[in-house]
Structures are given as structure tokens and as C-alpha cells.
Design a protein around this ligand. Sequence first.
Ligand SMILES: [Zn+2]
Length: 689
Amino acid sequence: MPSNSTTNGTNPLLQPSGLRDQAIPFHLIKTEHYVPALQSAITAAKEQCELIKAHKAPTFENTIVALEHLSETVDRICGVYFNLFSAEANEAHQALAQEISPLLSGFASDITLDSVLFQKVDLIYQNRKQLGLTGEDLVLVEKKRLDFVRNGALLSAENKEKLRKVDQELSVLGPQFSENVLKATNSFELWINDRKDLDGLPEHAIEAAHIAAQQKLKLQNKPADANMWLITLHGPSLIPFLTYAKNRTLREKLWRASSSKAFKGDFDNSSVVLKIINLKHERAGLLGYKNYAEYVLQERMAKTSQTVFSFLDTLLEPSKKAAARDLEEVKQFRKSLEGVDEIKPWDFAFYSEQLKEKKYSFNEEELRPYFKLETVIEGVFKHAEKLYQLTFKPIDGIPTYHADVKTFEVFEKGQYIGLFYMDFFPRETKKGGAWMTNYREQGLWGSDVMRPHVSIVCNFTKPTPTKPSLLSYDEVLTLFHEFGHALHGLLSRCKYRSLAGTNVYWDFVELPSQIMENWVKEKEGLDLFAQHFETGAKIPAELVTKIKTASKFQAGWMSLRQLSFCWLDMNWYTTDPKQIADVDSFETQVGLRTRLLEKEPGTNSSCSFGHIFGGGYAAGYYSYKWAEVLDADAFEYFKEKGLFNEEVATKFKQSILSRGGTAHPMELYKEFRGREPDPNSLLRRDGLI
Ligand SMILES: [Zn+2]
């Protein structure tokens, strides 16, 4: 029986919350609220749609802007549902995706496949030059029409039906893929009952493993056991183990589990992958594209898969050469220690870390004491203040979906510009990785242009009873990265939400995030915040120098690793699925070009490649590399004029961070930089040329 609060009158997803800036009332939302709220919102939107269609004389306002308003409630509900699907989903919440996704897909199809509606949109589009539309209005018309076309508006009735079916099927496969990865991640447990098996691990990792074990035992109603430790596939547990554990057998076991996640076994994604690529290929074909990548790239800076492949090619050779040298060095290093030069994938991080320590007398763990989470948060806020005049004030009384979530009000030169949520620690109900998202996009909602509600979600090292959360340097980079996305959302000054904030071409979206990482590689940036959590001492200059020198360590290897994912992704979405026999042999064959270590039988990365099968990065993983060129080039400008130079920062804010997708990214970039990006800036930064 549905509870009373699922009826429209009291459903918290359908009411103004009455909270600060209409924040989401997480404390009131229950699983059973989503479907009724969504059904009611869809019904209302369809009624709205009939009104748009009934206009005898379509205008920009009564058609295009009305369409922008059409899905407001639907979008708000889905925002909450899908953000929580990634950040805080129990089984019931996850399972609901199988109901919600087809509902949404059906709704979207009803709109974009409606020929009467499309005629109105098309009429405005054809007359756009005579209507005196300029700037953002003009971009909105073009975007709306393109959305219709890319979702089947120009197809025959028969093909429209085919497309609708394809979209229905795809709508449940993405969430199913993610659910399998999460379940596979949670299903693996490495229990250790001999302290010796933890030799080599830093203290904090041992303590965390001990706490994880005790919590799990408690959950299973078993007595606490001081001699039990638990290692899992969640980043903060997995990475230290692969990097430091001396027990090679256990490293191998863990690496194999991590590298075969959702491949075979109970949560196998093999068939999901094949279904996804077949359906996406079919979708692209119906719409007249050669393959799914061509379909995707129409709305990207890169434009064609040809451009992406030649971009990857340019980086591949220098990266591969450098990576081969990196590998050889690690082999020789192991040989010097143990007389054996064999390096398996589960050895690479382990020996690399020791090699790095020897080469630069630098241990990554030395850094953690300077990166207490709270200190790093203050640091990232200070950056935002120095660069963009922002202040972040903690705020009470904003409901959250989990006690770990922190909330802030954000001000620009004293003026309120948005709400900010931060959620840092791993949970079984949370996907791996880190991301930024919106609970409300900046832009027009109803009659008002509203400020955004932005959130970042990470999986960082947890505090323990004896130690606060001390981040690894990588985690610090991740925090700055996601914070960069958050700035893109928070500083948005657009009119229409579908063009605001991070709604930009995906090979541009990583520029605001990746550029932020650069400040943490500079003394001036680190000096703003990095200080010892016990003594308060500033991070020593020599340690900063070591970070800088060591940051080029294995740059070729890292670059090749990223390129191998880009390469795999592009191959999945440019190959005719008829040529693909099965997931594993395809991955093996594609990997030949980018692989230096032999592929281990039984492992597979496609089945857990959430970006391209569970998220929106299909034929888009290259965006990270693409944007690295942009951020390397953009940061050279800061370095030239000063890391916190007001003029450059203001330009970056005004030309890029505040503009969303209201103009072509290359135009925005040129406005900021005065020229197009220099393609060699990245190779220069990585020391590869
Ligand atoms: Zn990012």
C-alpha cells in the first residue's frame, strides 16, 4: 500500500521545500515517493506540451522557452533519484531504476517524436534569423531543434518506433551495468588473520582494515576479533594494498579481483556490454550516422572520430616509448633488489613506489600528514577566494541524504551564488570514483533565474579513532579536480539551465576541473594550506620540490594507461558490433596497440568501465586527454602572468566558468586565451617532448 505521503498533496518531491533557497528535503524523501511523483510530473508536462502544440502562432517564448520549462519537475525528481543512485542507494533504491528509466525514456520519446511539436520548433528554427534572436536565445533554438533531430524527429513513423524501442532498452541497461559493478565490488572481501600479511602497509591503512573488519563482524553479529583485518575493492583500501603490501600472493589475488570486476561470476556485465553496443550502433544507424562515435562527436569540439584517432595517435607514440622506458626501469629495479626482473601487473605499483622513494628519496606517505581533509578543504576554498572572490560558509539546517555530507552557502563578493554539498567517504551504497553533480542547475526555473545547488562526491580515506582523514596526494588532486567542476556549476551566469554550468561539449567539460589540479603542483598553491596536522608546520620546501620532480615520474606510463582507455572506448563505439564476437577477445585484440604488459587471462576492464557503459562518456573518454591539452595551455597563461593573477583569473571566470554552453567552446577559449590552444603544451608539461 502506498503511504499517504505519496499522494501529490504531500509528496515531498512535488512540493516547494520551504527550506533555504528551496533546498531538497532529503529527510522527507522515501523510496516510495519517486514513481508517483514522476508519474504526476510527466502527466503535467504532457498537458503543458498540448498547450504548446495548440498555439496557432508559435513564438520563441511560447514554444522554445516553454519547452525549456516543460520538464522542470521531471528533471528535479530525476536529479535527486539518479544522484542518489550513485551516492546513496540501497537495494530498493537501485531496483527502482528498472521502473524509472523506462518511464523517463518513454516521456522523452513522446516529446521528441511528436511531429506536431517538432513542426513548431522547426518553424522557429527556420525563421531564427528573422526573429531577431541573438546570443543565448539563438543558441537555445539551435540546441532544442538539434535535440529533436538527434532523437528521431526526422525519421519515418516506422523508424521512430524502432528508435523508441531502442531507447527503452538502453534506458535500463546503463543502471543495470552500474548496479552490477557496485555489487561485484561489494561482494569481494579479502580477510586477513595474520598481521604479517599486512607487512609493508602504512599504519593508517592497517588501522582502516582493522576497523573495516570489526564493523563487518558486528554487522554479521559475530564477536569482535583483534586479529582480523578486511581489505576491499574500494579505492582507499585497494590502492595502499597494491602499492605497499609485501605479500605478493595477496597482491595478486586482490589485483585479479579488481581487474575482473563484473566479468563472469554473479554480476557479469559481458552480455550487458554487448547489448549496449549493439543498441547504440543501431540507434546511430537509424539516425543516419556510420556508428555511435560519429553520432556522439557531432556535438563535440573534436567533431569526428578521425580527429579523435589522430589526436590519440599523436600522443600514443611518445607516451608508449616513455612508458616502455618506465617499465624497463622498474624491471631493473626489481632485479637489483631480488635478482628477478619479472614485473606482473600486481607488481608494478609496489616496485614503482620503492623506486620512486629511492630516486627522489620521497615517499608518498610522507605527504599525508600535511593533507588533513579539513585543511585541504580550507585550501581549496582559499584558492576559490584568491582566484574568484568566493567565500564558503558552513550552513546548518540543510537536510542531507547521509550524515557524512557537509553543506555550505557560497558567496561571490558577498553575494549569495549557490548551495554546495560535499560527500567524502566510501560506503557500500556508493559507487566508486569521484564526481560532481547538481541538485539544481543554475538558470531559469519557472519565472526566475535561480542559483545552483552543486554537489561533489568522493571516496576518500576515512578518519579513524586515532587519526583524522589524511589524504593521499592523489586524493588531494581529485578534490581539486571535482571542486573545479563545482566552480563551473557555481559560477554559472546563464539564462537557460540547459545551456548553463557544466552543460558544455564533453571534451571541454574537463578543462575547469583539470586546470585546478595545477595549483596543487606549485609551491605557491600548496603554501596556502598544506600544514602538518599535529605540529601545524608548513609543508617543507624540499618536500614541495620533491612533489614537483616526482610528478614527472612515470608520466609516460600514466599517459599510456589513460590512452589505453581512450583507445578501448573509441574502438567499442566505432566498430560494427557484427565484427565483435565477445567482450573479452575484442578487448584483448584492441589492447594490442596500447599494451606493454601481457593481458592476464580472466581479467577484463570493459565489464567495469562505468564511464562508457554506465555513464555518459561513451566515445568520450578521450575528453580527459583532450582537455589536458586545454588545461596545460591555459595554465601556462597563469604561470606566465602569476598563479593568482587577477586579470587572468577574471578572464577565466568571465570567458569560461560563467558561460556554460552559451557559445562554442573554441570561441570561449579564444576569448580567454587570445588564440587557439597549443597542442604541444601537454607533451611539454609531461616532459614527453
Ligand atoms: Zn572530471
